[in-house]
Design a protein around this ligand. Sequence first.
Ligand code: FMN
Length: 348
Amino acid sequence: MLFDSFTLKGNVIKNRIVMSPMVTYSLVRSDGFIDDRHISYYEKRAKNEVGTIIVEASGVDGNQKAWNQIGIWDDKFIPGLKKLAGAINDNGAFSVIQLHNAGIKAKMEECPYGPSPLEGYGRQMSKDDIKKSVNDFVNAAVRAKEAGFKAVELHGAHGYLLCEFTLKKYNNRTDEYGFENLEDRYRFPIEVTKAVREAVGEDYPIYYRMGVNMEDIDDVIKGANMLVNAGVDVLNISSAFDASTSLEDKEHEFNSVTSSAKIIKENADIPVICVNRISTPERAEKLLKEGYADFTAIGRELLSDYQWAYKAKNDIPINYCYHCKPKCRLNGGDNKCPNLIKTGDTLY
Ligand SMILES: Cc1cc2nc3c(=O)[nH]c(=O)nc-3n(C[C@H](O)[C@H](O)[C@H](O)COP(=O)(O)O)c2cc1C
């Protein structure tokens, strides 16, 4: 199944391999502009049989970043984004860009906002902030479409802004955006989704990276269906609290992140992407066959070996990720990855 095509709103996606969104810390410029290294990094993966590329978390509000990020908060970024989308599309992959607001975890700012302050840090969003943030997502989605991306993904996982509203840890509000009631908890993500849908039109696919908290799974299923009704076309299931890198665990047949995708797939009528330690093509195939998801997202393996998908297709040995420490995300990638040292390759 891994190399079966999939048609999404009239777009034929050539296979079920998705490059998971991953911030490329060592390539992102502090001003948010894209340069040739970044384009080459994505182009290499597109040329090597990845079916869908979800470009990393890109900032919809220049004041709400957790690290240096690709900028999509201003029209000035459109020319660079056009080049990036073109490099992906022209090489046969389906281009998606992830839209992100770091919320209360926006560590680069002096006073980030979120649903509520967290342990005295940051400030609670006012109703005006909420309206502005909905518009930030809308404007970013319109820019993505103008730049030639085939779809956008709203980042609603890993404890960032959209996800924060749905988690008790981050949301102590007592107004209609508060945590206690499910409709209130999902009000902001739903407002964003509906507004983006209205702006981009019915035919343009919207992905949603949904952060699942397994302890709250019944509510998560209801939330997933609310998102689907609001206009989401694909649910990309990850964890609620962080970009979990956990190993297989005892409670779940594969691991809790992939299991949560299966639960959503069984309970919502929508294509689903699963992720987390899907290291080998055999694992990906098994997950697809056993109904965990319609697509498998591959993260660190595509940093470690940009030819993962090409090699899977042609039955060539892959340079698998060692899951070493310090993690690639912290040390900035490039030559710190043992596989890149071994092959003499660079990230881009
Ligand atoms: C270096 C790095 C950067 C990441 N950046 C993002 C991101 O921008 N957006 C996102 O939703 N997840 C991000 N993640 C999470 C990955 O998309 C993925 O869910 C996670 O790595 C698990 O998949 P894997 O085991 O195949 O690597 C990141 C992970 C890594 C390792």
